[in-house]
Design a protein around this ligand. Structure first.
Ligand code: IMP
Length: 437
């Protein structure tokens, strides 16, 4: 039975999607990235070896899996080639496995420069972006002036397009931000070098997906960032610039939404956020520091420390709806091991009322105070457990409480960083198979 499965981050990113995608990729014919760019950081730990991927789909380490980068991704060729080279050095036949959509807008040096200049100018109001040029690249796409991968096939046309775009970027960089301009000739040269490397990988992604569908092949769509960072549905303006929610899997690849069979929402057993913006369950005390330390909560792209807090069922309830979630994967449960008490935020207090979904006006999100349900913690470690029945009773109760709060089943629980430390109760590619509940 072939199935199309979408994996979505349900918080502010860093939920541990990479490891889950790597796990599920075993049953998939293809893994597809559909939005974001190299702002993402997906960490995989295989046989103790750590691989961090930013742009290339997390199925790349599996033989027999095709990895596709869809049109919704903003592509830094520099980051791509660097990542390809690193994988090739490890012996991964990346050129055989990877295909790219020609419709991807390119991230240019000037996008990165604009991202930095803008954040600097915002000062204390800064978004805390990853500084990879993501926002400026998406702006140019929407303004219909982007340079896309396809443009590199036509050097004359490319020169003209790039000259026009750099005129604008350099005007902004020099006159508005007092920053250094970017040289047209140098940028053209850089692009030509990278293009020679990636040209053979360019393919018609919608057509590849159509053929896979006809041949009844299973496809895994790999979301980056998280639902609360969605440009339309997240905590605007403290968001990224793409649709991180499930609709992006359709618009960002060229496949319509109807063939999607399953949407797996990845949620950490607590909450983290990197960068600025509201975060109702954030902890500023020793517990916050404990979660950060035990969970090794440092950004895999920028190395920034992540802000930590309790599990937020209110935010997850919204993400469950905006993504049509069919199942949950709870990650890093083991980080809560050994605590006397664990908490789940079940409501937000705002203007004396208790809300069970986020406020109407997102700019009031920062004023929401969490209402917690406290549950007993567990002493016995969950770390490395592979069967739900082997979990301490309190941990099982915690997971059941999450299921009740959001009315979505917990299908997968990850209990450690390795490929093996996982409990699969219902497999997204084979939901009828017997599980180890
Ligand atoms: P940008 O995507 O670099 O423009 O950053 C916008 C916001 O999204 C910032 O708060 C970033 O910290 C956040 N962000 C972007 N990518 C990730 C990610 O992969 N994980 C977590 N946060 C991210």
């Amino acid at each position: 039975m072939s199935r199309n499965v979408v994996v979505i981050g349900t918080q502010w990113g860093d939920e541990g999607k990479g490891a889950i995608v790597d796990l599920l990729a075993e049953r998939a014919h293809a893994v597809v990235r559909f939005q974001g760019g190299h702002n993402a950081g997906h960490t995989l730990v295989i046989d103790g070896e750590r691989t961090v991927l930013h742009l290339i789909p997390s199925g790349i380490l599996r033989s027999g899996v095709v990895c596709l980068i869809g049109n919704g991704v903003v592509l830094s060729l520099e980051a791509l080639v660097e990542e390809m080279d690193r994988l090739a050095e490890k012996g991964v036949p990346v050129d055989d496995r990877l295909r790219l959509s020609p419709a991807c807008p390119l991230i240019l040096s000037s996008h990165k420069a604009l991202d930095h200049a803008r954040e600097r100018a915002l000062g204390s109001e800064a978004i805390g972006t990853t500084g990879r040029g993501i926002g400026p690249a998406y702006e140019d796409k929407v303004a219909r002036r982007a340079v896309r991968l396809a443009d590199l096939f036509e050097p004359e046309q490319l020169r003209e397009r790039l000259a026009d775009l750099l005129d604008l970027h350099n005007f902004l960089l020099q006159r508005y931000y007092s920053a250094e301009p970017v040289s047209l000739e140098e940028e053209l040269q850089r692009l030509a070098g990278f293009f020679a490397r990636v040209k053979p990988l360019i393919a018609d992604v919608p057509e590849l997906l159509r053929k896979m569908q006809s041949a009844e092949r299973s496809v895994l769509f790999e979301g980056a960032q998280g639902a609360l960072l969605d440009i339309d549905l997240g905590t605007y303006p403290f968001v990224t610039s793409s649709n991180t929610t499930v609709g992006g899997a359709a618009t960002g690849t060229g496949m319509g939404p109807a063939p999607i069979d399953c949407v797996l929402g990845i949620v950490k057993a607590y909450t983290t956020r990197v960068g600025a913006g509201p975060f109702p369950t954030e902890l500023f005390d020793d517990m916050g520091r404990h979660l950060a330390q035990v969970g090794a909560e440092f950004g895999s792209t920028t190395g920034r420390p992540r802000r930590c807090g309790w599990f937020d069922a209110v935010a997850l309830r919204r993400a469950a709806f905006t993504n049509s979630l069919t199942g949950l994967s709870v990650t890093k449960l083991d980080v809560l091991d050994g605590l006397d008490e664990v908490k789940i935020c079940t409501g937000y207090r705002l203007d004396g009322e208790i809300l069970d979904t986020p406020p109407l006006l997102m700019d009031r999100y920062g004023e929401c105070e969490p209402v917690y349900e406290c549950m007993p913690g567990w002493r016995e470690p969950t770390s490395g457990k592979t069967a739900f029945s082997d979990l301490p009773r309190e941990a099982r109760d915690f997971l059941r409480r999450i299921e009740e709060e959001v009315e979505i089943p917990v299908d997968i629980v990850s209990t450690g960083p390795g490929r093996e430390a996982v409990i699969i109760r219902r497999h997204p590619f084979d939901p009828d198979q017997d599980s180890n509940t």
